[in-house]
Design a protein around this ligand. Structure first.
Ligand SMILES: Cc1cc2nc3c(=O)[nH]c(=O)nc-3n(C[C@H](O)[C@H](O)[C@H](O)COP(=O)(O)O)c2cc1C
Length: 393
């Protein structure tokens, strides 16, 4: 099983991530992970915290001389802000002023009810999206495996607030998958919001400024595309192995994500079958068996199984729940009306959430890939993959 677990509180000493089931023989260097961590920290509209943190991974286990060993990959990311919180977040006995005014839209109240906490900090420290840095580290390990088989996962912002972007970064039809991925990566660095449409991005920045001025927040939509995917990942045979279901669950588990679409998604529901399903066309010369599709409204998945087209996942993020101008709440000690707790927060975190969604998509695809072509080492997976491809029509 290729899987990961994370630990760590937002203002604790740091974040931990252990990835199990990483096959041996993949080249993995801290730089592969650090690059992804710094992408998660960027984006116009982030709060003060990201100015403090400079996320860097320490590879603790599972790698020797730059290659994976087949043992669990253990990673740690320090919280620089911990030095300002070491008393408040001490693991030793201690006391701190409790947080008692739950933020609507956050885990504060539901989490306090569930775990019996009277200090909401005990909830918000773990529910905070700081944890997603550890998820991005896990996704970076997955991406290294996928790249070894020419599978590339990329994402971009297609909507913030009321502004919709037009167009996509260069797709795989324009050039090789690898160079399409590379070219968007280098363009992405020049953008403010990871949006490929410069005009739309300018308007998005305007909406973020306006929201910040009035103490409000914004959400948006992210698109993720995985290209180079072979047919046959996932399975229709049992519910827990359907890859569409696994992707939706993984993406929905990202804090703040409230909607997930595969392919045409909700738009398909408002159309007719003949306009939605992708015709299967012959591709080989006469006498040869070969298929192709000229459209990909299925988003690369039919029956929970990849069909060889790009896997396309869109995710909708709600506006951030911590408002500069707090909304109504109740003090859980006194029962009286109160303003929601204020915590340092982002006005808009859609670009960063996109990096987390991309990591989740990469992880689920890598898990399905390792399951299908599984082996203990890169060479074994390579041999299995080659023989499978040779048998495909
Ligand atoms: C990268 C990222 C950054 C986020 N930053 C904040 C933030 O600064 N303040 C906040 O209240 N919520 C932020 N969120 C969203 C909350 O973590 C999320 O709304 C909260 O945990 C409740 O979970 P839910 O929205 O999924 O119900 C962020 C989410 C992501 C993915």
């Amino acid at each position: 099983m290729f899987e990961y677990v994370t630990a760590g509180e937002s203002h604790g000493r740091g974040l931990l991530c252990i990835v199990r089931g990483v096959p041996a023989g993949f080249q993995l260097r801290p730089g592969d992970i650090d690059r992804e961590l710094s992408r998660r920290q960027l984006g116009y509209g982030r709060g003060g915290r990201m100015k403090i943190e400079r996320d860097r991974v320490q590879l603790i286990s599972g790698v020797r001389h730059g290659r994976t060993l087949g043992s669990p990959v253990g990673m740690m990311i320090e919280n620089r802000d911990w030095s300002n919180w070491s008393e408040e977040m001490s693991v030793e006995d201690g006391s701190a002023e409790p947080v008692v005014q739950p933020r609507p839209g956050h885990a504060d109240l539901a989490g306090a009810c569930k775990y019996g906490h009277r200090d909401l900090r005990n909830v918000l420290e773990r529910a905070s999206a700081r944890e997603t840095a550890a998820r991005v580290a896990a996704g970076a390990v997955a991406a290294v495996i996928l790249r070894g088989f020419d599978i590339w996962v990329m994402s971009w912002v297609c909507c913030i607030g009321t502004v919709e972007a037009d167009g996509e970064p260069a797709g795989p039809s324009d050039c090789s998958r690898r160079s399409a991925w590379r070219s968007w990566r280098s363009r992405e660095e020049q953008t403010m919001l990871r949006c490929p449409d410069a005009e739309a991005e300018r308007k998005m920045v305007g909406e973020i400024d306006q929201a910040a001025r009035v103490g409000d927040t914004l959400g948006g939509v992210i698109q993720t595309v995985a290209c180079g995917i072979p047919p046959g990942l996932g399975s229709y045979a049992s519910r827990d192995r359907r890859l569409d279901g696994r992707l939706a669950a993984a993406v929905m588990s990202v804090p703040g994500i409230k909607g997930v679409e595969i392919g045409a998604g909700f738009r398909a529901a408002r159309s007719v079958g003949s306009q939605v399903h992708d015709p299967i066309l012959p591709s080989g010369p006469d006498g040869d068996v070969g298929f192709c599709r000229e459209s990909n409204r299925a988003g690369g998945l039919e029956g929970g199984v990849t069909n060889g087209e790009d896997v396309v996942v869109r995710a909708a993020m709600k506006p951030i729940a911590t408002l500069g101008q707090p909304i109504a709440s109740v003090d859980i000690e006194t029962g009286r009306a109160a303003e929601a707790h204020r915590e340092r927060a982002d006005v808009c975190a859609v670009p960063a959430a996109g990096v987390v969604v991309e990591a989740e998509v990469a992880f689920e695809i890598a898990a399905a890939f390792v399951r299908k072509f599984g082996g203990d080492s890169k060479d074994e997976i390579k041999a299995n993959y080659r023989s499978y491809r040779e048998g495909l029509p």
